[in-house]
Design a protein around this ligand. Structure first.
Ligand code: PLP
Length: 382
C-alpha cells in the first residue's frame, strides 16, 4: 500500500467513524415529483428542479436539436474552438432576462463564482463575504487572497456590519453574498446591502443561484423580488442548474465587467465550454419563463401551501427548512419520511453548523396538492 492509499484510507475511516460518510442516492428516472431512487419510487421533495424544466418537452427538444446539429462536446474552451452560436445566444438571453448589459456563461455556477472573484482580485481590492456564503464563494475568496486581495467575513445578513467594515477602508471594495441561502431558504437583505455599498462606493455581487426562476412574479430572481430590476447589484450570478433545469452559471454585469471576465476569469478561459445542447436547453428554459405558460405561478402556489401547513407563514423561497438540531435525530427523521414514501435529505455538519441539523424540503411547481398535503402530514407525525 502506498502512502497515498494509506492516507486516504485513514481519512475515510475517520470520516466514517464520525458518522459523516454520505452515499449518493441513485436515480433511475428524471427529477419528477415521483422519482425512481435506489430501485424504489418516492415522492421527491429535495430536487433543485423547482420548475420541472429538466423534464420539459421544449427544453429536451432544444437540446436534442442542438445535439443533432452541433454534436455532443464543444471541442475547446470558449476562447479557442468552444464558442458556438448557442453559447452566444444563451448569454444574450440571460442578459435580456435579468436586465443587465451583458452576461458571461460558465459551465457551472461554482466556476462562475470562483472565476469572478479570482478575476476581480488584486492587492488593492477588499472583498467582504457573508459568513454563510456558499462554498464556491468561499473558494473564490481563497483564490482572491492568493492574488493579494484582502478578504473579511461579515456577520450573516448584517448590512450594519458591512457598513462598519467599509468605513475602515478607502480603496476598491466588493461585497459578496448569496441571494437565497441554499440551506435555510432565507434571503439576503439586498436593498440594504446595495444602499450601504452605494454610500461607500463599493460594488455588490449577489449569487442568485437558487433565486433565478423561483423569486419574483416572473422568476427574474432576487432583483425582481426586491423591485431592483432597474437599480440592481453590480454583478448577479444566476445558475442554469437549479430552477432552469439544466446546468451552468451566468454572470450578469456591465459590458466592461463581462468583457474583462471573458479575458481574465481562469475557469472561463482554461476550461472546455459547455456542450452546445446545454446552452440551447438553457435558452429554451428562459424562453418558457418569458412566455405565457410560465410555471413560476404554480411554484409560488405550492410554496404557499406547504409553508402554511408547516406554520412558516409567508415563506419566500422553495427551500423550506425543518430544524431538528441533533444529527442522529435528523438522520432518523429522514429515514422515517423515506419509509413513508417521501425523499427528503437530512442536512448535517459540515454543510451546516454542528447541532443545527435539519430536514431540507424543496418544493416543485409540478407537485400535486395531494403530495404536498401528504408530506406535511408525514412531517407532523415525526
Ligand atoms: C448558493 C449556490 N451558489 C452556487 C452554487 C453552484 O452552482 P452549480 O451547481 O451550478 O455549480 C450552488 C449549488 O449548489 C449554490 O447553492
Amino acid at each position: 500500500m502506498s502512502w497515498l492509499d494509506r492516507d486516504a484510507q485513514r481519512v475515510l475511516n475517520n470520516w466514517r467513524a464520525a458518522g459523516l460518510e454520505r452515499t449518493p442516492a441513485v436515480f433511475c428516472t428524471g427529477q419528477g415529483p415521483v422519482s425512481g431512487i435506489d430501485g424504489e419510487e418516492y415522492v421527491l421533495f429535495s430536487s433543485s428542479n423547482y420548475l420541472g424544466l429538466a423534464e420539459h418537452p421544449a427544453v429536451r427538444g432544444a437540446a436534442a436539436h442542438a445535439l443533432a446539429l452541433l454534436g455532443v462536446g464543444s471541442g475547446g474552451s470558449r476562447l479557442t474552438t468552444g464558442t458556438t452560436e448557442a453559447h452566444r445566444q444563451v448569454e444574450r438571453d440571460f442578459a435580456r432576462f435579468l436586465g443587465y448589459e451583458d452576461a458571461v456563461f460558465f459551465s457551472a455556477g461554482f466556476l462562475a463564482n470562483t472565476g469572478v472573484l479570482q478575476a476581480l482580485a488584486g492587492p488593492d481590492v477588499l472583498i467582504l463575504s457573508d459568513e454563510r456564503n456558499h462554498a464556491s464563494i468561499i473558494d473564490g475568496c481563497r483564490l482572491a487572497k492568493a492574488q493579494g486581495a484582502t478578504v473579511r467575513v461579515f456577520r450573516h445578513r448584517d448590512p450594519a456590519h458591512v457598513g462598519e467594515l467599509l468605513a475602515q477602508y478607502n480603496g476598491n471594495a466588493l461585497v459578496v453574498t448569496d441571494g437565497l441561502f441554499s440551506m435555510d431558504g432565507t434571503l439576503a437583505p439586498v436593498p440594504e446591502l446595495l444602499e450601504v455599498c452605494r454610500a461607500h462606493g463599493a460594488a455588490l455581487m449577489v449569487d442568485d443561484a437558487h433565486g433565478t426562476g423561483t423569486l419574483g412574479a416572473t422568476g427574474r430572481g432576487i432583483n425582481e423580488h426586491f423591485a431592483l430590476l432597474d437599480d440592481h447589484p453590480d454583478i448577479l450570478v444566476a445558475t442554469a442548474s437549479k430552477a432552469l433545469g439544466v446546468e451552468g452559471g451566468a454572470v450578469a454585469a456591465s459590458a466592461p465587467v463581462a468583457g474583462m471576465l471573458r479575458q481574465k476569469a481562469r475557469t472561463f478561459v482554461y476550461s472546455t465550454s459547455s456542450a452546445p445542447a446545454t446552452c440551447a436547453a438553457v435558452s429554451a428554459a428562459i424562453g418558457i419563463l418569458e412566455g405565457a405558460e410560465s410555471p413560476v405561478p404554480a411554484l409560488h402556489r405550492n410554496i404557499r401551501r406547504l409553508a402554511t401547513h408547516l406554520g412558516m407563514g409567508e415563506w419566500p423561497s422553495p427551500i423550506i427548512p425543518v430544524p431538528i438540531g441533533d444529527e442522529g435525530e435528523a438522520v432518523r427523521a429522514s429515514a422515517a419520511l423515506r419509509a413513508a414514501g417521501y425523499f427528503v435529505p437530512a442536512i448535517r455538519w459540515p454543510t451546516v453548523p454542528r447541532g443545527a441539523a435539519m430536514l431540507r424540503v424543496t418544493v416543485m411547481a409540478s407537485h400535486t396538492d395531494e403530495q404536498i398535503d401528504g408530506l406535511a402530514h408525514a412531517i407532523s407525525r415525526l
